[in-house]
Design a protein around this ligand. Structure first.
Ligand code: NAD
Length: 260
């Protein structure tokens, strides 16, 4: 479905971003992955995408806090892969602390990575999409783009911000065969979430199952984690012709969290 298309996916060295990369490659897209991590592990992932799906996959180490590097990454994708048809803004970090103690540098980093990086990628990629007469912009927002939780001021602000950016861009490119949408996952089973479990078991004297259901999934009526494959499946659908009229939307995939 996506052969002859290219996808640039920020923050795709692990978790949801890596699942997007593999799902889009499976549909035939050439891929630029991006993010931090162990160099050998990243090279293994890059090479396995090429081998498993017979597509081209390149890696950019651009830091999503640095506008110049972001701008260069988009141009590099066009040079190396021939176009920038699909842009997925996914890089993200979290910090959980009360507002009066929230470190200023954490606020700045979260706003830069989770929100401003998408402004920089989109403004550089849209001219390429307009030139090609087709484009898909997909932002990984969060249930926290729709509702708040305490102690996550920067994250909730950035995710509400990306909701506004998604809608605004959708209106600006609506007549150019380009769509812009945000996926709003609830809790997704990624290494990030998995790592929190042992500490929480110790701190609360709970079993792994109790931590998952009573702490992490307290807000999620299904009491099941969303999977990275489900999120990636929605992103692939948004790239299909059937989704051409879906634009400017915030699509929850949260096991019922925001229905409450
Ligand atoms: P993750 O930690 O597995 O992945 C985050 C990715 O972002 C990694 O590839 C990391 O290297 C990259 N990254 C971090 N800082 C970067 C920077 N400065 N420059 C470039 N890349 C950088 O986490 P994840 O759970 O897969 O999260 C991916 C996205 O999904 C984030 O935007 C997150 O807010 C969102 N999200 C996650 C959940 C969840 O429960 N896991 C729920 C809703 C939304």
């Amino acid at each position: 479905m996506l052969s002859n298309k290219t996808a640039v996916i920020t923050g795709s060295t692990s978790g949801i971003g890596l699942a997007y990369a593999r799902a889009m490659a499976e549909q035939g897209a050439n891929i630029m992955i991006n993010g931090f991590g162990n160099a050998d592990a990243i090279e293994n992932e890059r090479a396995s995408i090429e081998k498993d799906f017979s597509v081209k996959c390149v890696y950019s180490s651009a830091d999503m806090t640095k506008p110049d590097e972001i701008h260069a990454m988009i141009h590099e994708a066009e040079k190396m892969l021939g176009s920038v048809d699909i842009l997925v803004n996914n890089a993200g970090i979290q910090h959980v602390e009360a507002i009066e103690h929230f470190p200023v540098e954490k606020w700045d980093a979260i706003i830069a990575i989770n929100l401003s990086s998408a402004f920089h990628t989109i403004r550089t990629a849209v001219p390429y999409m307009r030139q090609a007469g087709w484009g898909r912009i997909i932002n990984t927002a969060s249930a926290h783009a729709l509702v708040a939780s305490p102690f996550k001021s920067a994250y909730v602000s950035a995710k509400h911000g990306i909701a506004g950016l998604t809608k605004t861009v959708a209106l600006e490119v609506a007549e150019d065969n380009i769509t812009a949408n945000a996926i709003c996952p609830g809790y997704v089973w990624t290494p990030l979430v998995e790592k929190q479990i042992p500490d929480t078991m110790k701190a609360r004297d709970m079993t792994e199952e109790q931590v998952k259901k009573e702490v992490l999934l307290a807000a999620q009526p299904t009491k099941e984690f969303v999977t990275v494959e489900q999120v990636a499946g929605l992103a692939v659908f948004l790239c299909s012709d059937a989704a051409a009229s879906i634009t400017g939307t915030l699509l929850p995939m949260d096991g019922g969290w925001t229905a409450q």
